[in-house]
Design a protein. Structure first.
Length: 194
């Protein structure tokens, strides 16, 4: 039998009735991804909504010069999804890829919609969507107005596990800087903290 205690913890708010938790758990399927596996490839339709139990993933796009640019990182308890593609059935413009081996729980759009009559489930979904929007908005604004060092320090503060588990090259592209600049910033910070 598959251990679904991870999902039980997510859907165990007091507002869920026991029968609702059971209904929710029945819709999710456990999946594993090896390092570098794609959860969603550019040009395809995002048919699944993943809750990441373990591991790290990222979304990235290829720019006009052919550079791989990280647009978002995902860690344990995050939802890995392309909201636009999942809900509107439009092709994805980015790739979503495992950075490390990952265990996730997936749900199809059809099964997701079966749960929408559960108020607590709708509320969790709404909260996650709004949170994702604010994170994107803050990152976009930060790329315009904050110095690179401040962007890195904020990532360290907000998501320290990302910095410890993700290749520096991917962090650099996410911050909009070169690997060399990121190395310089890290050395500066290390000196300041001595």
């Amino acid at each position: 039998m598959i251990d679904n205690s991870f999902l039980k913890n997510i859907f165990s708010e007091p507002s869920f009735k026991p029968e609702e938790v059971e209904k929710v758990l029945q819709q999710y399927k456990r999946v594993e991804f090896a390092k570098n596996d794609f959860l969603i490839r550019e040009g395809s339709i995002g048919n699944y909504y993943y809750f990441l139990e373990t591991g790290f993933a990222r979304s990235f796009a290829i720019d006009l010069e052919g550079n791989d640019i990280t647009t978002k990182f995902f860690g344990p308890k995050d939802i890995v999804i392309d909201w636009y593609s999942y809900f509107l059935k439009k092709p994805v413009r980015e790739n979503l890829q495992a950075i490390t081996p990952c265990v996730a729980w997936k749900i199809t759009f059809e099964d997701f919609m079966k749960l929408f009559n559960i108020e607590a489930f709708r509320e969790i979904g709404r909260t996650r969507l709004v949170s994702s929007f604010f994170e994107l908005k803050n990152h976009t604004t930060s790329m315009i107005i904050d110095p690179a060092k401040d962007r890195y320090l904020n990532l360290l503060k907000e998501k320290p596990a990302i910095v410890q588990n993700v290749p520096l090259k991917q962090i650099a592209t996410y911050l909009g800087i070169t690997d060399t600049s990121l190395s310089r910033i890290r050395k500066e910070i290390a000196k300041e903290n001595k």
